[in-house]
Design a protein around this ligand. Sequence first.
Ligand code: ZN
Length: 309
Amino acid sequence: MSELIFFKPFFKQVLWGGHKMKDFYGYSIPGDDTGEAWVISSNPHGQSIVRGGTYDGKSLGELWEHHRELFGGIEGAEFPLLVKVLDANDHLSIQVHPDDDYAFRHEQGGQGKTECWYILDCQQNADIIIGHRAKTRKELEQMIGEGRWDELLRKLPIHKGDFFYIPAGTVHAIRKGTLLLEVQQNSDTTYRLYDYGRLQNGEPRKLHLRQSMDVITCPHMDQNTAGPVISRGGYEICTLAEGPYFTVTKWNIKAEASLEQKYPFMLIHVISGEGTLDDQAVKAGDHLLVPAGYGTIHAQGHLELITTH
Ligand code: ZN
């Protein structure tokens, strides 16, 4: 008998963290400097743990290892995705990730990273960095060499509900006052391009300029992946991104909806509201796995969901 599998997040305290995850979702965070909740994670540095049901107390990594049938028997040493909620109380460093090919060649067979961000909440006049303004690779190297960061980095205003698709090779950074949901390839390969000249314990953090310049897409190309909002009886649905690593869909349910799980696995992130999924109560901040072969999920209530497969 197939069941919905709910997870408890792994929390990470960081210099730039805050307490919005407690304020918004009632999470018992370890401190007022909680920057990351790894809500769907099989990463050995922090696993999400099943809450209730048949698999209570098991980690996602254990399910992946010993219950591959829950994931339709798909191949792979690691669960392919990592999903986090991030609460940024300060600017994060400016980063770029390599693609699979570059990571494989330069990072001991590692994986690249494509990711996406859904803005859960942000302060007024908040912004984000996506992309850069150099027209050629030569100009990119020149601007980086001369430290012309304000000119180079592309700052965009953000609002609650905005979505950004960030393929490997895209310069990106989260900035102060932003709470977001991040869906990404399960990989650790990150190159730091710029850290605002800040010091940590008296030292600047390590930058990876050479690797960054190798992998940055030049010129930057905006990726507007979101499809139209389609209105159906009782709910609206919008495909935010459909790519080789993940498909992300937004559901705005006003009364009820049927969600079909026809993939090896599907993740559901409850963004706001409350209601039920097949008679199980859910509320904002819940993150769950719908296993292979589950069939149709009946959702009721006032719910904003993000689904990923
Ligand atoms: Zn990133």
